[in-house]
Design a protein around this ligand. Structure first.
Ligand SMILES: *Cc1c(COP(=O)(O)O)cnc(C)c1O
Length: 472
């Protein structure tokens, strides 16, 4: 590539004007970089050059509160000195060691720490590099397990997943997915899953009162297990919150019920805590809230506190043992990712976990969770707000055209995005899920900053409420 005097990558000393440099980068961003889940024909760049704490700083020096934790992964803020230092220290030793046949002290220490912190019985860790692969690993392990356990049941090759599930964007994880707008297109490529209704606390089925939701949904699940358990390799669930579907929240007791029923029917349970793990729901893992220990635990996003692509699939000794044997038995898990267990990422993850102790991150959450709830009550009164739901440090505000009928705005109207666009102008960055405005800042957010985010969201929605009533 030519590096002329106007090359934005060169130091700026040639009298070149700053706005020109930004405009050039924005043009390249629009024309070359293919962004995730983005219509590139309409894409508007926002270049983040730096960040500090819970603030993102764009190329022109404007600051935005990070109301979405860099898409649900940042925990302790950006540029945390402790995590920065841990990565630098690791960099002075070795950046990468393959997990195919080699090992490294940082990777080993992280694995051990995870087994100490995870729900009981999850004594073994397989590293990969993102949430989708953490789920793929669990799927393939569960599948292979049934072929190699002491009494093999090779007919168990299906997975049960819930409606509205999201487990990532690879073909296996998309097969589990139940968000029509993302997943319908790829249906011909996907394997069949047994799909079961999932609790939606806002839109209950006709004739079901809120108090009857738990027995209703567990009943549906039990019915499916009774019918299909002999063909199931595993059940896959997002504990407590179905995140990408719009932060749909399950009634207390659902996860526990699912665990009890899977035990009763002898089906392994895969808990995908990629979004809800690492303090998001108020406890280190969401499963803890219902004293649940799954057979597989999938972790990514917050595992490295939003720093580097690190993921882990934890499992039990019963699963692990089924893969042991001599080389000639071919019982190994034939799966791997080049960067799985990468020491730089593992160093960030270890520092992340140490910070939970040093900064008492979880103990600091209750006042923030309470403030979020307080704002939620106010938001719920706005005329175009149908539902406000919250689980720990995840809040979701669902916009509707008609509150009484729970009638959604057509998705093409992009009401959620309109709120986020207004918020951006007030210095708050958020990313909606359709008509759902998500408030999910780093756990380290201060009460003041959180107050600002919520106030900005309130003002933006009130403004839009006015527009809707004026028929605009
Ligand atoms: C984000 C997410 C994934 C996918 O993680 P990636 O790192 O984006 O592949 C999987 N499961 C859940 C519940 C998620 O929220």
């Amino acid at each position: 590539m030519s590096r002329g005097p106007s090359d934005p990558l060169l130091p700026r000393n040639s009298g070149e004007r700053e706005p020109d440099r930004i405009a050039q980068l924005e043009q390249w961003d629009r024309e070359i970089v293919w962004h995730a889940f983005t219509q590139m024909a309409e894409y508007q760049p926002l270049l983040i050059e730096r960040a500090v704490g819970c603030e993102l700083i764009d190329a022109a020096g404007r600051r935005y509160l990070d109301g979405a934790s860099s898409l649900w992964c940042n925990l302790h803020g950006h540029r945390h000195s402790r995590i920065d230092a841990a990565i630098r220290e690791q960099l002075d030793k070795v950046a990468h060691v393959t997990s195919l046949g080699l090992s490294n002290s940082t990777t080993i220490r992280l694995a051990r720490r995870l087994t100490q912190l995870a729900p009981s019985g999850l004594n073994h860790v397989f590293f990969s590099d993102n949430g989708a692969t953490a789920v793929e690993v669990a799927l393939k392990m569960a599948f292979q397990y049934w072929r190699q356990c002491s009494e093999p049941q090779p007919e168990r090759r299906k997975f049960l997943a819930f409606a509205n599930a999201y487990h990532g964007d690879t073909i296996g994880s998309v097969s589990l997915g139940g968000v029509e707008r993302f997943h319908a297109m790829f249906r011909p490529l996907l394997f069949d899953v047994i799909r079961v209704e999932a609790p939606d606390s806002y839109r209950l089925p006709k004739g079901i009162a809120p108090g009857d939701a738990l027995p209703y949904y567990l009943g549906r699940f039990e019915q499916a297990l009774r019918q299909h358990h002999r063909s199931l390799a595993a059940v896959v669930i997002e504990p407590l919150v179905q995140a990408a579907a719009g932060m749909l929240m399950h009634p207390p007791g659902f996860l526990r019920g699912v665990r009890e029923l899977t035990r009763q029917f002898g089906v392994p349970l895969i808990a995908d805590e990629v979004a809800v793990g690492f303090g998001r729901t108020g406890t280190l893992f969401a499963c803890e809230q219902e004293q649940v220990a799954p057979d597989f635990l999938c972790l990514a996003k917050g595992l490295s506190a939003g720093y580097l692509p690190v993921a882990a699939t934890l499992t039990s000794t019963a699963i692990w043992d089924a893969f042991l044997g001599s080389y000639a038995d071919s019982r190994s898990f034939f799966h791997g990712h080049t960067y799985g267990g990468n020491p730089l990422g593992c160093a960030a993850a270890l520092a992340n976990l140490e910070l939970f102790d040093e900064e008492q991150t979880l103990a600091g959450l209750p006042p923030k969770i309470a403030l979020l709830r307080q704002h939620g009550r106010r938001l719920a009164e706005l005329p175009i707000v149908g539902d406000v739901r919250q689980c720990g440090m995840i809040a979701a505000v669902e916009l509707v055209r008609d509150r009484r009928l729970q009638q959604p705005f057509p998705w093409v109207e992009r009401r959620g995005q309109a709120v986020c666009d207004l918020a951006l102008r007030q210095g708050v960055w958020l990313r909606p899920l359709g008509n759902v405005v998500v408030i999910m800042p780093p756990l380290a957010i201060s009460l003041e900053q959180l107050d600002k985010i919520c106030t900005v969201v309130y003002d933006a929605i009130s403004r839009l409420s006015g527009d809707v009533q004026d028929g605009r």
